[in-house]
Design a protein around this ligand. Structure first.
Ligand code: SAM
Length: 237
């Protein structure tokens, strides 16, 4: 990697334990991504191996593990506190043996067989440098089988446009109406400016493709969240 991305403070120890609680009222948005992901991955083998980059507290893994009991998951997560929450919940849910937990970035994951599919849900937006973001997707592509599917989601809009501003304001309003305290919303707003690369969808798609994937399909928009389905190119350099 050109340079390691800086991890936003909101995934540290204090924040990780309350991460799911804080976003509980917005869970319908996450559920929509999971629903589409579950059906988009339906043709994978019964013993598929899934790479989940930026798995956080494990939301996507729990969804897929319930739907596909034979699948195995490799969770890549640099924030130790987020991974600790995930590990504990995986034990409670009885899926620890179906998960490999890697504390760190993808480039330090030991070599493995190629994965059948990958997820990157609300992760690449934290990589501010577009070249490092391209390398992030390239790292995923090189770990996937040719043609293997990727479900990716990020905050994305054309912030400089009237539409982007309108969507952004509705997003902040939604956080407020989900009973998020004003102080937390102000913190998130500052973080969006400092720690999050909210790019127009076309720019995110170009980065994903330059990382070794075919044209991503726009499969979902819930206000600022966009999701894409892409397949790894048959050959990558
Ligand atoms: C918004 S959370 C999403 C977690 C989970 N995917 C979900 O949907 O609930 C983003 C996660 O990505 C992790 N992360 C940030 N930058 C990363 C990177 N370059 N590689 C892997 N994970 C990263 C953070 O530590 C955090 O746990």
């Amino acid at each position: 990697m050109s340079s390691l991305p800086r991890l936003p403070a909101f995934f540290d120890k204090d924040q990780a334990s309350t991460y799911d609680e804080r976003f509980a009222k917005l869970v319908a948005m996450r559920d929509a991504i999971h629903l589409i992901m579950g059906s988009a991955f339906a043709d994978l083998p019964a013993n598929a191996r899934i790479l989940c980059v930026g798995a956080g507290t494990g939301a996507e893994v729990f969804y897929l593990s319930r739907k596909y009991p034979g699948w195995h998951f490799t969770a890549v997560e640099p924030a130790a506190a987020m991974l600790d929450v995930f590990r504990r919940r995986a034990a409670e849910e009885g899926i620890s043996e179906r998960c490999s937990f890697h504390e760190g970035y993808l480039d330090s994951l030991p070599p493995t067989d190629e994965f059948d599919a990958a997820t990157s849900i609300l992760v690449s937006q934290f990589i501010l440098d577009p070249e490092v973001r391209r390398e992030f997707f390239e790292g995923i592509a090189t770990r996937l089988k040719p043609g293997g599917p990727l479900l990716s989601a990020d905050l994305s809009t054309h912030l400089a446009s009237n539409e982007g501003q309108g969507v952004f304001n509705l997003w902040l309003g939604m956080l407020a109406s989900s009973a998020m305290p004003a102080e937390q919303i102000a913190q998130m707003r500052a973080a969006y400016e400092r720690d999050v690369a909210i790019l127009p969808p076309g720019e995110v798609e170009a980065i994903i493709m330059a990382g070794g994937f075919g044209q991503p399909l726009r499969i979902l928009q819930t206000l600022l969240i966009r999701a894409w389905f892409a397949r790894r190119a048959e050959s990558i350099s």
